[in-house]
Design a protein around this ligand. Structure first.
Ligand code: IMP
Ligand code: MG
Length: 181
């Protein structure tokens, strides 16, 4: 059985939405902004969002934090682990957490609490996709690209068992019994 990808959010639609998000973030005139991208899934979104923020005149610091609640499974394990921490002091700064998907909310609730405990002046959340109705932890995003249907999506940085991150769009994996035609 081969697999093909059905496009859910195209490159063009994503690009337009990223511009809109950057505009909204810039409108808040964040002072001493530190963008913290949550790896791995957010790398493509964060890269595009940062370039869009630059075009809006925003000059943020950029950091990366690798968190894991999934492993290779497609169902959250419930425990969030820090695989790689940031190496910047966040105290007094406006932190913008950037992630691919807000689903159970555990990952971002954990990251937000961590940044707050470390003394961030404010912590906002920007996600490309929001799987509403899937929340297990109280956590909402301040900036949402798209509301995502309750399907496992891949591409634009997101994977299924370490595959499909390179796709420039967001899609759904379809098992094709006909050889993918
Ligand atoms: P949660 O909000 O803690 O459940 O975790 C959200 C994280 O799980 C996201 O940052 C993604 O890395 C991952 N995730 C959730 N749903 C999907 C999906 O449909 N495809 C790929 N990764 C997903
Ligand atoms: Mg993620």
């Amino acid at each position: 059985m081969t697999q093909r990808i059905e496009v859910l959010f195209s490159e063009e639609v994503i690009a337009e939405t990223v511009r809109t998000l950057a505009h909204a973030i810039a409108a808040r005139q964040p002072k001493d902004l530190l963008v913290v991208a949550i790896l791995k899934g957010s790398f493509m979104f964060a890269a595009d969002l940062l370039r869009a923020l630059h075009r809006e005149g925003v000059v943020p610091g950029v950091e990366f934090m690798m968190l894991s609640s999934y492993g290779a499974a497609t169902v959250s394990s419930g425990t969030v682990r820090i695989i790689r921490d940031i190496d910047t002091d966040v105290s007094g700064r406006a932190v913008l957490l950037v992630d691919d998907i807000l689903e159970s909310g555990r990952t971002l609730a954990f990251a937000k609490r961590l940044m707050t405990e470390r003394g961030a002046r404010s912590v906002e959340i920007a996600v490309l996709l929001d799987k509403t109705g899937k929340r297990q932890a109280p956590c909402e995003a301040d900036h949402v690209g798209f509301v995502c249907p309750d399907k496992f999506v891949v591409g634009y940085g997101m994977d299924a068992a370490h595959q499909w991150r390179q796709l420039p769009f967001v899609g759904v994996v379809v098992d094709a019994a006909d050889g993918g035609r």
